[in-house]
Design a protein around this ligand. Structure first.
Ligand code: ZN
Length: 198
């Protein structure tokens, strides 16, 4: 039996399909939204649509942005000779929140995973390699410490080292199998400071 009418059920269903949102949270969010003033709901739905329509990859670092070049890449105060390679924009955000890293990033949008059929051509590696033709002193590999993250780190290191560019890997302290985005800032900083050359 349907507990709610069609429109309410469909809102709950859509919210419940989002990552990390269970049935109960979806219900709570749905009723919260329904009780909001109309202009707030319009702002929420507009922001979802605008973000979806305007978001694309930064032409430098491949993170999600709505500008041609993201705010980090277009900031002349950042050290453009130091590139930190991360798996996704959330990992970039995690490091950015420490406020202590002044280099730039490269977002791979995934990691190499032979088991899941994800090869080097399926992530944004080509884009990273073409960036290395510029003035780059160091590539810091900050992929997750999962099997996929380690495989990706090794692959990138082998690819880059012949070019004579320093390649480092963030230190452990990041728990094995841990997702960077859930790790506290102190641990992230320690991992960055203790990075070792590959
Ligand atoms: Zn960028």
């Amino acid at each position: 039996m349907e507990l709610y009418s069609k429109d309410i059920s469909s809102l709950i269903e859509e919210l419940g399909a989002l990552p990390g949102i269970g049935k109960k949270s979806a219900e709570r969010m749905a009723f919260h939204i329904i009780n909001l003033p109309h202009d707030r709901v319009k702002r929420l739905s507009d922001s979802i649509i605008h973000a979806k329509e305007n978001a694309h990859y930064c032409r430098e670092c491949c993170t999600l942005t709505d500008a041609d070049c993201c705010p980090i890449c277009s900031n002349p105060k950042r050290n453009h000779g130091q590139i930190m390679v991360v798996e996704n924009p959330r990992d970039l955000a995690a490091y950015e929140k420490t406020g202590k890293y002044d280099g730039v990033y490269h977002v791979l949008h995934g990691a190499i995973s032979p088991m899941n059929g994800i090869g080097p051509g399926d992530i944004r590696l080509k884009e990273l390699i073409s960036r290395l033709e510029g003035d780059v002193d160091e590539v810091i590999i900050a992929t997750n410490s999962s099997l996929e993250g380690e495989t990706t780190a090794m692959y990138i290191s082998k690819l880059i080292k012949p070019a004579g560019i320093k390649v480092t890997r963030i230190a452990s302290g990041v728990p094995v199998g841990g997702d960077l985005e859930y790790i506290d800032e102190v641990t992230l900083l320690r991992a960055l400071e203790g990075r070792t050359e590959l």
